[in-house]
Design a protein around this ligand. Structure first.
Ligand SMILES: Cc1cc2nc3c(=O)[nH]c(=O)nc-3n(C[C@H](O)[C@H](O)[C@H](O)COP(=O)(O)OP(=O)(O)OC[C@H]3O[C@@H](n4cnc5c(N)ncnc54)[C@H](O)[C@@H]3O)c2cc1C
Length: 473
């Protein structure tokens, strides 16, 4: 089908204004968040209903047109980028207009929404009813729940609530041929064969287009006790984490480690974030406890915990948030790190995980091996250490020029990923594979796993319509 004819067909489904073909406007749909992965498409569609997406998918299936599902475009691995070529047209279906709240059941503690709802909107809707949706991350003001589910996002509350996979009760998905798989039940128990929704969670849009979701909500913590502390090294951080788990039990919800390089980058490039402890301390940790009471004693318990840690020389300094605003200011520092990193110049990024006990070795070995391979430079290490997940970024050595350094990206990745895997970890903790880590998936995966991934992809999407070139496609 010719492109003009195709556009007429698409316009009849989504309306002229929601079928974008202007190259200037389309530019904003062609990059991932860091602008490292850039692609091309001549058509971006903005449908607002499941039926519209089903009709679009049917046309694409019949005409062998690739489809890249898109949410808020905050991917950090190029998973959201179309790669249309003269040999095969690939269009974008962006879910920004799929933003309706469909059903809130406070007894069942469940919320059904369309997949284009922004994460922070979902959090606010739950909070308004005294409930809690725990997924939280720096991108929450722009990422969408469909994107979160498709990347099986983690974020800052995994310690207590798990990855997004554990917060999904039901999904509605349009399959590559346009049929609709509807499993939008709000059930905590449903043993009726394979749990098919799990296939689409973390699939990076390679199996179908998620159109709606039933989310599991939780009771809202009554208050928070948050602290920013300084530690000498990651070993101390692990000890503190162990003691924190013993002291606060299940209520410990966040434990985020940040190297001084991260804190100093935030201080320098985003000065509206005030850093309450000296940025010269080698490591900062943001600790958070979600309390089940509003009792004054909660903060006192945090103080008791920190005083003991200070006496045991586990921490060198610390400050407890005195108000909700101070708590938010602490989190602003943590969430500002990815943006601050962007301003520090060329860098090579990793999102790796290991068993929690191996975090110090992961950091030490990766730094040492990279220094040997490519030279000394600033390393930014931060992340959800309570989950064994580290974001590890190697800056450009002063002696190298930018192109020379970036040409080493694949080799630098391999060195860091080998360290993680040898320590029993993963080369992709929470950001996914996209195009960035396809080679690594091939390299590190058990052949049986690769075969199973391909079998699943081929049986659901035999024409490789859905997000081709990503993950296993
Ligand atoms: C500042 C910052 C902080 C971040 N922090 C975290 C963090 O703490 N934890 C974490 O896990 N991630 C984090 N991320 C990355 C994370 O992957 C995304 O923020 C988010 O989950 C992606 O949502 P999105 O709507 O932007 O999806 P997009 O970037 O648009 O797409 C991501 C993937 O999902 C697919 N997709 C999108 N919508 C659909 C749909 N409706 N149906 C099927 N497939 C779809 C796309 O094809 C693509 O493969 C961060 C990103 C940034 C920029």
């Amino acid at each position: 089908m010719q492109q003009e004819v195709l556009c007429v067909a698409f316009e009849s489904i989504v309306g002229k204004q929601n079928c974008i073909t202007d190259p200037e406007i389309i530019k904003t749909y062609l990059e991932d968040w860091r602008g490292i992965h850039v692609g091309f498409t001549p058509i971006v569609l903005l449908p607002n209903s499941t039926q519209s997406i089903a009709q679009i998918m049917k046309i694409c299936f019949d005409n062998d047109i690739g489809v890249t599902p898109q949410g808020g475009n905050t991917s950090l691995c190029g998973a959201n980028i179309p790669h249309s070529t003269k040999d095969r047209l690939e269009i974008v279906i962006n879910s920004s207009k799929m933003n309706q709240i469909l059903e809130l059941d406070t007894h069942n503690q469940s919320l059904i929404v369309q997949s284009g709802c922004i994460l922070s909107t979902i959090q606010a809707i739950a909070e308004d009813k005294g409930l809690f949706f725990p997924l939280s991350m720096g991108a929450e003001g722009s990422c969408q729940i469909g994107g979160n589910i498709s990347t099986n996002a983690g974020g800052v509350n995994v310690l207590k609530y798990g990855m997004v996979r554990e917060q999904i009760m039901g999904l509605e998905v349009v399959l590559p041929d346009g049929t609709i798989f509807s499993d939008l039940k709000g059930l905590r128990k449903d043993n009726t064969g394979y749990d098919l929704k799990q296939l689409f969670i973390g699939a990076e849009g390679t199996l179908g287009f998620i159109t709606a979701v039933c989310l599991k909500l939780f009771s809202q913590p009554m208050s928070y006790s948050s602290a920013l502390v300084a530690v000498e090294n990651p070993f101390m951080a692990l000890e503190l984490l162990k003691k924190g788990k013993a002291f606060f039990g299940e209520n410990l919800t966040g434990f985020e480690l940040m190297s001084s390089s991260c804190i100093q980058a935030v201080e320098k490039y985003l000065p509206s974030c005030k850093i309450p402890l000296s940025s010269l301390y080698p490591w900062h940790i943001l600790i958070e406890v979600g309390n089940i009471t509003t009792d004054q004693n909660n903060d006192e318990r945090m103080v008791v915990f920190l005083e003991k840690a200070l006496a045991d020389t586990l921490i060198t300094d610390g400050i407890v948030a005195n108000s909700m605003q101070e708590r938010k200011d602490f989190w602003r520092i943590r969430h500002a790190i990815p943006e601050a990193e962007k301003y520090t110049g060329p860098a090579i990024y990793h999102d790796i995980s290991v068993p929690i006990s191996k975090i110090p070795e992961l950091i030490e070995q990766s730094i040492a091996e990279l220094e040997q391979y490519i030279g000394k430079s600033t390393v930014f290490a931060f992340g959800h250490v309570g989950d064994g997940n580290l974001h590890f970024t190697k800056g450009k050595p002063a002696s190298m020029d930018k192109t020379q350094f970036l040409n080493e990206t694949a080799n630098v990745h391999r060195i860091v990923h080998e360290v993680a895997v040898q320590l029993g970890g993963s080369f992709s903790a929470e950001h996914g594979i996209g195009t960035k880590l396809k080679n690594e998936l091939e390299h590190f995966s058990d052949p049986v796993k690769l075969e199973l991934l391909r079998t699943i992809k081929n049986s659901i999407d035999p024409k490789n319509i859905m997000n081709p070139h990503k993950l296993i496609g």
